[in-house]
Design a protein around this ligand. Structure first.
Ligand code: ADE
Ligand code: ZN
Length: 337
């Protein structure tokens, strides 16, 4: 089987995916029509054409604007359903899905609107396709820590459906230590923790995420290469990095995919995984991200195998379930010869 055939056929996990970043231009258009919202675009194509970014902030501005079409439970159900249908098409069997409550609550759209929509679609995908999932509730780091505390309190009726808390949005100038207390409270309430760190920000933010927030894994983390001692620590402790190659290209973290360090980090023994981040905005789902690694970086079959296995190893699944998925990955390779 060709490498592209394997990429498609392998059962995969996705660990770094913002559900608001899966809003397709078509769905944005249809929801805007449904709610009588006038978008600042003339057509679906004009939405896609606007997705040219110079850095993280230039993307976040459009991403938060796009989310404004999400108004009622059905919108959030359709958003999640679209993503899960794409998981089924890509053979993603397990997804750890981030959502940004504050993007919605600050517009008057509460947990009682988006959570039922999400949960209905997740349950249907489990029944129809056997796709398992966890939800990661992210705090927006450009807002004060007190807002994150409010969000943690508002989420209380939904805790049983949320596995982890995360930290996203504008990184530089909003270090992990700004959220020390709310992460401590989230940990005390039994949540796992993740944080975006070392996407645009310095390696010190990765160190803070580990030492101050006590995260279980790092989202992005590609800037760790600038700090050899940190790289050694990530390798020795096998802390998962949820790397998003196409996102890094689109947000100008790198100028060219050929410069991406993901395979160097993998070959150095770090637990790196491949993820889409915001597939609708970055022109690439999980399969497309793997394809780019084959095309632009010459990823080998052995590297592909390790990256896909790492996706399960780095997940929040129980160990026995991880082992079952990893065995299926290995059996696809054995059948492919
Ligand atoms: N790549 C990213 N970095 C920070 N915050 C985000 N929110 C959605 N995508 C993000
Ligand atoms: Zn992200």
């Amino acid at each position: 089987m060709s490498l592209s055939g394997l990429i498609r056929a392998l059962p995969k996990a996705e660990l770094h995916l913002h559900i608001e970043g899966t809003l397709t231009p078509e769905r944005m258009w249809s929801l805007a029509q449904r709610h009588g919202i006038t978008l600042p675009y003339e057509s679906v194509d004009a939405i896609t054409d606007a997705y040219q970014f110079s850095d993280l902030q230039s993307f976040l501005d459009l991403y938060y604007q796009g989310a404004d079409v999400l108004r009622d439970e059905q919108d959030f159900y359709l958003l999640m359903q679209d993503y899960l249908a794409s998981c089924n098409a890509q053979n993603i069997v397990h997804a750890e899905i981030m959502f940004d409550p504050q993007t919605h609550t600050k517009r008057g759209v509460g947990f009682d609107v988006f959570m039922p929509g999400f949960l209905k679609a997740l349950e249907e995908a489990k029944q129809m396709w056997g796709i398992t999932s966890t939800l990661i509730m992210c705090f927006l780091r450009d807002l004060p820590e007190s807002d994150a505390f409010d969000t943690l309190a508002q989420a209380e009726p939904w805790y049983e459906h949320i596995t982890a808390v995360g930290l996203d949005s504008a990184e530089v100038g909003n270090p992990p230590e700004k959220f020390t207390d709310v992460f401590a409270q989230a940990r005390a309430r039994g949540f796992k923790c993740v944080a975006h760190a070392g996407e645009e920000g310095p390696p010190e933010y990765i160190v803070q995420a580990l030492d101050v927030l006590h995260v279980n894994r790092i989202d992005h983390g590609v800037k760790c290469e600038l700090a050899p001692a940190l790289m050694a620590r990530l390798r020795d402790k096998q802390i998962a990095l949820t790397v998003c190659p196409q996102s890094n290209l689109k947000l100008c973290v790198i100028d060219d995919m050929a410069q991406h360090n993901i395979l160097r980090l993998l070959d150095a023994g770090l637990l790196v995984t491949v993820n889409a981040d915001d597939p609708s905005y970055f022109d690439g789902d999980l399969v497309a991200n793997f394809m780019a690694l084959e095309r632009e970086l010459g990823m080998t079959a052995a590297q592909l195998r390790q990256l896909v296995i790492n996706g399960f190893t780095g997940s929040f699944l129980p160990e026995a379930v991880k082992a079952r998925h990893i065995a299926s990955v290995n059996s696809v390779f054995e059948m492919a010869g």
